[in-house]
Design a protein around this ligand. Structure first.
Ligand SMILES: C[C@@H](O)C(=O)SC[C@H](NC(=O)CC[C@H](N)C(=O)O)C(=O)NCC(=O)O
Ligand code: NI
Length: 146
């Protein structure tokens, strides 16, 4: 069996693509519009999962955008999407500079949490050994949700 993807419904496709691609660094591998079903599916992968020709693509996330507005309030049954990152401090600085709240700052150089525009919890884990504790993260507090 092969793990394919996690599907999350999004209320604002452009805001979600800006978050997942421009800010978090994922790559859109392909998308499908359904006139009949009135929805758009956009498949995203992490750079390590997409070869340069995008031929061997392994989407990890399927964004579902229903054209008719819906309200998505997350159930406790869904936890988070987790990514292993090269430099958690650099990524969190990039996210923070682009207006993303760092809900759980990477004080320990190992783990951070942010949320997508729809409130999907995103876990960021440092590749390899934790980085040395560093400001401003060391003195930053959680936003209270962790
Ligand atoms: C392409 C494949 O990976 C899919 O997941 S298609 C599954 C299909 N999705 C939709 O119909 C999208 C629009 C729908 N209104 C929705 O919000 O899901 C589907 O069967 N979805 C139902 C589900 O619970 O996933
Ligand atoms: Ni799917």
């Amino acid at each position: 069996m092969e793990y394919l993807h996690t599907m999350v419904r999004v209320s604002d496709l452009e805001a979600s693509l800006d978050f997942y691609c421009n800010k978090l660094g994922l790559i859109e591998t392909h998308r499908k519009d359904s006139e009949k079903g009135r929805f758009t599916l956009v498949f995203l992968a992490a750079p390590l999962n997409v070869d340069t020709a995008k031929t061997a693509m392994s989407p990890l996330i399927e964004l579902t955008y229903n054209w008719e507005p819906e309200s998505y309030t997350g159930g406790r049954n869904f936890g988070h999407l987790a990514f292993r990152v090269d430099d958690i401090y650099a990524l969190c600085s990039h996210l923070r500079a682009n207006g993303v709240t760092i809900n759980r700052p990477p004080r320990d150089g190992h783990m951070a949490f942010v949320r997508s525009p729809d409130g999907i919890s995103i876990e960021l884990l440092q590749k390899g050994e934790p980085l040395a504790p560093a400001e401003p993260w060391l003195s930053m507090e959680n936003t209270g949700e962790w």
